[in-house]
Every structure is written in structure tokens, then in C-alpha cells.
Design a protein around this ligand. Sequence first.
Ligand code: HEC
Ligand code: HEC
Length: 142
Amino acid sequence: MFTYKKLAVASILLVFMVIGMAATRPLDEKPKRNLKVLPKNISHEDLDKIMDSWKVALGVKCSFCHAPSKDSSSRHLDFASDAKPEKDIARHMFRMTAKINKKYFHFDDDDKDKGATMPAVSCLTCHRGEPHPETKPGIDKN
Ligand code: HEC
Ligand code: HEC
């Protein structure tokens, strides 16, 4: 049978449900990051700096590696998407570059921090503003 007590209990439960939903919502709506080589907790600022340096090193636009948004009404890029193979090649290149630095450079570095902040070899070392450093007409071709 309907009583005010039941109604009071029901409304309290409802209030808790609404609070609970509101509290979990920001977590659910936060866009998921898709980082496989960069630190997962990288700051927005540091990520921007790295992306900008890759763009400059290869002499390309962000859209060279990042696919357009699936929502055709949006002119933005879908940065988390892995649809463009160039993005995965960039990850591969990042791992290679880190390995080259770790294995072949900073051999006389006592200061580990210096080695970490100033890599001897970077994307720019090879790319020099070109996406395809190997196809540049060069001295090794005849
Ligand atoms: C040479 C390829 C390349 C270029 C150019 C590039 N990016 Fe990226 N970007 C990547 C890769 C690879 C990742 C994923 C890194 C990882 O897996 O850790 C990434 C990740 C990102 C992310 C994080 C996406 C997520 O999952 O949250 C953002 C944002 C982003 N890039 C923005 C940009 C912007 C803005 C530019 C242009 C200034 C740019 N990128 C240029 C390769 C590139
Ligand atoms: C040791 C030299 C070297 C370094 C360092 C290097 N690259 Fe490359 N990269 C190359 C060469 C050579 C190619 C062409 C390979 C091929 O086509 O087979 C290439 C190709 C690429 C491509 C594919 C281009 C395309 O059109 O498909 C991307 C993307 C790329 N590099 C990104 C990067 C990024 C980002 C970095 C730094 C994290 C980097 N590379 C560091 C030598 C290098």
C-alpha cells in the first residue's frame, strides 16, 4: 500500500541515483586517449610540443598522420583514430629513434637527465623537413 514513508524512501533513493550518475558522468565522457608510445599521463602542453616538432621535422600538416573525423559535418581531425598508416609508422619511428639514442648515444653521459631531455638523434636528424628522406635525390643514387 502507498504510504508517505515509502515515498520518502523512494525519493531519497532517486536523489542518490541522480547524484551517482552525475558523479560518474565526467569520467565516462572524457575522451579516451590512444597513446602507445608517449606517456599516458602526458600534459596537453607537452603533447602539443611533440606534435608540433614532428610536423616541422617532416614538413607536413597534422592531417599527414591524423585521419579526418568520421562525423562528416565536422572539419576536425580525429586525433585518437589510428585509421592512417602514417600514424603507426610514426610510432615505429619514435621507438626506433629512442632505441638509437639509448643504444648508441650518451655513452659518456654521467648526467642521465641531460640524456633524457636532449636526444642526440631526433626525427629532424633524418627527415630535415621531408616525409621521405630516402627518396631525396642524393649522392648515393646514380
Ligand atoms: C608524423 C605523424 C604525426 C604528425 C605530423 C602529428 N601527429 Fe599527432 N600523433 C601521432 C601519433 C603517432 C600519436 C599517438 C602517439 C602514441 O601512440 O603514444 C599522436 C597523437 C596525437 C594526439 C593525442 C590523441 C589521443 O589519443 O588522445 C593529439 C591531440 C595529436 N596527436 C595532435 C596533433 C596535432 C595538433 C598535430 C599537428 C600540429 C599532430 N598531432 C601531428 C602522429 C602525428
Ligand atoms: C634514422 C633516420 C630516421 C629517424 C631518426 C626518423 N625517421 Fe622517419 N623515416 C626515415 C626513412 C628513411 C623513412 C622512409 C622509409 C621508407 O619509406 O621505407 C621514414 C619514414 C617516415 C614516415 C612515413 C612517411 C610516409 O610517407 O609514409 C613517417 C610518418 C616518419 N618517418 C616519422 C618519423 C618520426 C615522427 C620520427 C621521430 C620520432 C622519425 N620519423 C625519425 C628515417 C628516419
